[in-house]
Design a protein around this ligand. Structure first.
Ligand code: PLP
Length: 352
């Protein structure tokens, strides 16, 4: 009999991301302004035919990344996008039917991987006022929980955790021997980080990506931070040569030139301030304390608006149902001011 894994057969995945090139993409939290052009030229001029023919070397870049983060390479594992790191952590640190506690809504892949590997994902829902009550997370963490997933900040809710809240969650997780995964894909848009837990304690991982502020989603590069023994387990699951040569070259430019990072943050902050000011001016309620995205409550039907933005304005955005008391909302990625102007013009003309 031909075998097919029923978990794979029954898995629900969305494959709708291949016809986006002619649009202003504000749907997947990429940087619409792109990676700095001057750096692309600089990197490309040094590329030799051999470099493309050879499997990529990771040591130099990993050392630079460790310096950038103020640690050493035993705490780091490079991955082909942080989604890959998340998958490996779930594979290595949870079992078939094992319990994973995570907040909902959040990045969908946590639930996809849980289903893929037959894990039991326990969702902790946001309050109607879109706040997360950490007592609900604490009561969901039982002795048979294997992994707690937190996002700092959360996508799509944009919420964050105070130091005290995180300390309490960490304490409970330690008492119950639960590994923690903190997804910091949107770090740098929001500077507060819990990376020190992943560097100084055991059983805490932080995943980070070069896809968001660093504007390298097209190259696929991320990393897992954790205690050395935990990192070794993640490394064991990696496919050989999993990180792209170009990705490491471009990322290396970023981490060795802090002024480039400052410039990206400056452009993002200008776009965010403009968007918030315009939304307030035109009477839109919105939510999103941190991250490069915002929930916006439209005046007309959100799903119709998403379609019309696409068809009439060539702008991609997303709609989300049941965003607590805000109902069905738009989620819009934030980019530089000129992209936010295009979005606001389109919103004002279509949403009445
Ligand atoms: C919260 C969160 N984590 C992880 C990812 C995955 O990012 P990547 O695989 O590009 O590193 C995303 C992508 O949108 C995300 O929103």
């Amino acid at each position: 009999m031909y075998y097919l894994n029923s978990k794979v057969e029954n898995l629900y995945r969305i494959f709708d991301q291949n016809e986006r090139k002619d649009y202003l993409r504000l749907d997947l939290n990429e940087n619409p302004g792109g990676f700095p052009e001057g750096i692309i030229k600089n990197v490309l001029k040094d590329i030799t035919p051999q470099m493309l023919a050879q499997y990529p070397e990771t040591l130099e870049f990993t050392r630079n990344l460790a310096d950038f983060l103020g640690t050493d390479i035993s705490h780091l594992c490079l991955v082909n996008g942080s989604a890959e790191g998340i998958r490996y952590i779930i594979q290595a640190f949870t079992s078939e039917n094992g319990k994973i506690v995570g907040v909902v809504p959040s990045y969908f892949m946590f639930q996809v991987y849980s289903e893929m590997y037959g894990r039991n994902f326990v969702p902790v829902k946001y309050e109607e006022n879109l706040e997360m009550d950490i007592n609900h997370i604490i009561s969901a963490m039982t002795d048979d929980t294997q992994l707690l997933i937190l996002l700092n900040p959360n996508n799509p809710m944009g919420n964050t955790y105070s130091e005290e809240d995180f300390e309490l969650l960490f304490k409970v997780a330690q008492e119950r021997k639960i590994n923690i995964l903190i997804d910091e894909a949107y770090h740098y848009f929001y500077p507060k980080t819990f990376i020190k837990y992943a560097l100084e304690k055991e059983h805490v991982f932080v995943t980070r990506t070069f896809s968001k502020l660093f504007s390298l989603a097209g190259c696929r590069l991320g990393y897992v931070v954790g205690w050395p023994e935990g990192i070794k387990m993640v490394q064991k699951l990696c496919t050989p040569h999993n990180t792209n040569f170009f990705a490491m070259r471009f990322a290396n430019e970023m981490i060795t030139h802090p002024e480039l990072i400052d410039d990206l943050i400056r452009k993002f902050t200008e776009g965010r301030e403009y968007l918030l000011q315009q939304l307030d001016k035109y009477g839109y309620s919105h939510k999103g304390e941190a991250g490069n995205f915002l929930f916006i409550k439209p005046k007309s039907d959100a799903n119709v608006l998403v379609e019309r933005m696409k068809e009439e304005k060539k702008i991609l955005i997303k709609s989300y149902p049941d965003v607590g008391e805000m109902g069905t909302c738009l989620r819009v990625s934030i980019g530089g001011k000129k992209y936010m102007e295009l979005f606001m013009d389109a919103l004002k003309s279509l949403d009445s």
